[in-house]
Design a protein. Structure first.
Ligand SMILES: NC(=O)c1ccc[n+]([C@@H]2O[C@H](COP(=O)([O-])OP(=O)(O)OC[C@H]3O[C@@H](n4cnc5c(N)ncnc54)[C@H](OP(=O)(O)O)[C@@H]3O)[C@@H](O)[C@H]2O)c1
Length: 326
């Protein structure tokens, strides 16, 4: 097998396409032939040693992937050789094969393409957990999604529409705003132009959004929180822009509003049954055509460096997926 190996976590440049012995799955593991692997923002952070999880070296990055089971380890009863699955294991996906924990593999019906499946779990689970569990978003409420053309952002638009909410999508270019509109956003804001607070006021008839979904952090958090509606819920999802913002605590008091932390990975570990029920609902919604990953593009697995560069320079719209051909 071949895989992108990280021996020195100082950035993307040192990742090497390396020949490795094809492993035999141990107890509770399966060996997958990787068909597709998507890029998530943590994949960019982990190879720079900037992510909260720091795998022992060397490691193969690639948090999320889909493929075909080639061998099963001892004690694995719910998966069989030849089965199509998606998996989110945090590392291991950027290669021709991956050793995956069987418990984290989601069996796929034939109608679920490998490209869509590789781009599904992280973004939809995060956005469903955030909007429906953490924010208790209800039909008729207004949600403002920041970074709305990105991976978790596009999933948030689709999930909010699926539950009957009104969606305002905010992004940094007109092209990204157009993509959000095509995904069902009711209004868009290009936050690179004009006054963000005024634009939010106009888009919500002065009321402010009931829920804010923020995977961006940085300079927008305070002005956006100042714009939130009475009893608003501000979802802290991530800090893609870099800086972790801080907020004067009189602001939540004045709005009767809540700051709501979102950590889907920890939720899935601590509350596995609730997570499984959520994944089942998401798979059902996919089958019904209510949600579908927005694929920025597919690129050959060999082009990982270029794929990372595209994500790092904010060019990805939706999800970028690496594929093994043949
Ligand atoms: N809390 C959780 O459980 C959880 C789970 C998954 C992901 N996350 C976090 O959510 C965030 C987004 O992840 P993602 O996979 O959706 O990433 P993504 O597809 O790259 O989207 C991030 C968006 O952030 C915006 N952005 C603003 N400044 C940026 C900068 N300097 N560099 C890159 N992007 C910038 C970009 O939109 P504009 O150009 O429109 O501004 C971009 O589309 C990450 O911080 C990730 O760690 C959290």
């Amino acid at each position: 097998m071949h895989a992108w190996l990280c021996t020195t976590p100082t950035g993307v440049d040192l990742l090497q396409w390396t020949q490795l012995p094809t492993p035999t799955p141990g107890p509770g593991q399966v060996l997958l032939e990787v068909k597709a692997a998507s890029l998530n923002f943590p994949d960019l952070l982990i190879v720079q040693n900037k992510y909260q999880m720091k795998p022992p070296l060397p490691f193969v990055p690639g948090s999320e992937y889909a493929g075909v089971v080639q061998a099963v380890g001892e004690g694995v009863t719910h998966l069989a050789v030849g089965q199509r699955v998606a998996c989110l294991s945090g590392t291991g996906g950027f290669g021709t094969h991956a050793l995956a924990p069987a418990a984290l593999c989601m069996p796929l019906p034939d109608s679920f393409s490998f490209v869509d499946a590789a781009a599904f779990i992280m973004t939809y689970a995060t956005s469903h957990h955030a909007l429906i569990d953490r924010a208790q978003l209800r039909a008729g409420e207004t949600v403002l999604v920041l970074g709305a053309a990105g991976g978790v952002g596009t999933a948030a638009i689709q999930i909010a529409k699926a539950v009957g909410a009104r969606v305002i999508a905010a992004a940094s270019t007109d092209e990204k705003c157009a993509l959000c509109q095509a995904q069902g956003a009711d209004a868009t804001i290009n936050y690179s132009q004009g006054n963000l607070r005024e634009a939010i006021k106009t888009a919500t008839d002065g009321k402010g959004p009931d829920v804010v979904y923020d995977p961006v952090g940085g300079e927008f958090a305070e002005p956006v929180f100042r714009s939130i509606a009475w009893r608003g819920r501000y979802l802290i999802v991530g800090f893609a822009s870099g800086p972790i913002p801080s907020l004067p605590l009189n602001l939540p008091l004045l709005k009767g509003a809540s700051l709501v932390g979102v950590f889907w990975g920890e939720f899935s570990r601590r509350e596995p049954q609730a997570n499984a029920a959520m994944m089942q609902e998401l798979a059902q919604w996919y089958g019904q055509g209510k949600i579908k990953p927005v694929i920025d593009r597919t690129m050959p697995m060999a082009e990982l460096h270029a794929a990372y560069a595209r994500m790092g320079s904010r060019q990805v719209q939706g999800k970028l997926v690496l594929v093994n051909e043949g």
